[in-house]
Design a protein around this ligand. Structure first.
Ligand code: A2P
Length: 349
């Protein structure tokens, strides 16, 4: 099993998930850029050397988990598949391609059936939202989703986590600093993330939405197999290291009989945990769900004016369910279904 991007924030979480996975792993091959030559990562009690990710490095690999950015995926994922590795790719490079399944196992595991070697892991904010909304979609039908996110800096990688720590230290000491990483490392304008929130994640598209916001629209439509589903997203970076939160307003086809009925649907859903008790001030926060695989839902309310509209607060660990666990869960699901192999025809592509 290879992990590409093994030295990154998500790569490290992938290795931790592989450590506790049921997959039979004979050997772990951590891969990164040439910059990481000489580094090691810990896996099941051993220090494993990091190797440079090159096309040749994939010979003999059965499963490759990629989280090293879109460019690396575009360059190397097809090379890995050509050499017989099933790829689960965490970048946005292939997510919307017709022949690439975009999978959240609790929601659309059936999409794995005719994979061609490459499976895409959805965006972190999309994953936790669709896990929470799938049971409501099934019971009442979905018409429209309005979501505002409160996204942790770890979603932007290790440098962003370091930036939050550094800036916060300086800010609390009353010292100055120059923001260098957020909102987007490769764009010219930067904003502080210490003591701040930033209403931009990823670059802007010509329609005025950011790419992150459009990922939530397009990926949700693809996962639910409903290209007409209306989704309006506002994605915001907040000074939290780990754990994305979302305020979700959902317009249903049918008005639920009661909020107890909504809670029952959510409680019965795989991968969902309901923590919702106003009398005990019980609801999920990023710090409370850190390291957990499930998606937590609280603050469940019926709209004051529209009986078919429900408001929810949805929190998950963006590195675990939002990335690493979902990828490993895809691999485990492939293994269970006997699909952890590249179909023969793909070798000649
Ligand atoms: P490296 O540490 O060698 O740069 P993060 O999202 O936390 O910033 O991590 C990004 C990950 O992607 C790191 O493991 C990084 O490795 C890896 N990476 C970046 N560029 C490449 C590349 N061209 N080839 C392989 N891995 C890459």
């Amino acid at each position: 099993v290879a992990v590409v991007g093994a030295t990154g924030a998500v790569g490290e979480a992938m290795i931790a998930e592989l450590e506790r996975s049921t997959l039979p792993i004979a050997e772990l091959v951590p891969m990164a850029s040439a910059r990481s030559a000489g580094k090691t990562v810990a896996f099941r009690g051993a220090e494993v050397p990091v190797v440079e990710a090159t096309p040749e490095a994939f010979s003999g690999i059965d499963l490759a988990l990629f989280s090293a950015g879109g460019q690396t995926s575009r360059a190397l994922a097809p090379e890995a598949v050509r050499r017989g590795a099933v790829v689960v790719d965490n970048s946005s490079a292939f997510r919307l391609e017709d022949r690439v399944p975009l999978v959240v196992p609790e929601v659309n595991a059936e999409a794995l059936t005719d994979h061609r070697g490459l499976i895409a892991n959805p965006n972190c904010s999309t994953i936790q939202m669709v896990v929470a909304l799938a049971p409501l979609r099934e019971r009442y039908g979905l018409r429209r989703i309005v979501v505002s996110t409160y996204q942790a800096v770890s979603g932007a990688g290790r440098r962003a986590v370091d930036a939050l720590r550094f800036e916060s230290g300086r800010w609390l000491e009353g010292e100055g600093f120059v923001p260098e990483v957020l909102p987007v490392a490769t764009l010219p304008v930067k904003y502080p993330i210490a003591d701040n929130v930033i209403p931009q994640i990823d670059r802007f598209e010509p329609n005025g939405f950011t790419f992150e916001q459009m990922k939530m629209v397009r990926e949700t439509q693809k996962i639910f197999g409903d290209p007409a589903l209306e989704v309006a997203a506002t994605c915001v970076r907040v000074p939290v290291t780990v754990g994305h939160s979302e305020a979700v307003t959902v317009e249903l086809e049918e008005a639920p009989a009661s909020m107890e009925d909504v809670i029952e649907a959510l409680r019965a859903a795989p991968g969902v945990v309901v923590w919702d008790d106003p009398t005990a001030q019980r609801y999920p926060t990023p710090m409370l769900v850190r390291g957990e695989r499930d998606v937590y839902v609280g603050r469940i309310r019926r709209d004051l004016f529209r009986p078919n509209v429900v408001h929810l607060w949805v929190v998950a660990d963006n590195l675990v369910k939002g990335a690493a666990w979902n990828a490993v869960q895809i691999a485990e699901t492939l293994e269970e279904k006997g699909l952890l192999r590249v179909p023969a025809t793909e070798g000649d592509r």
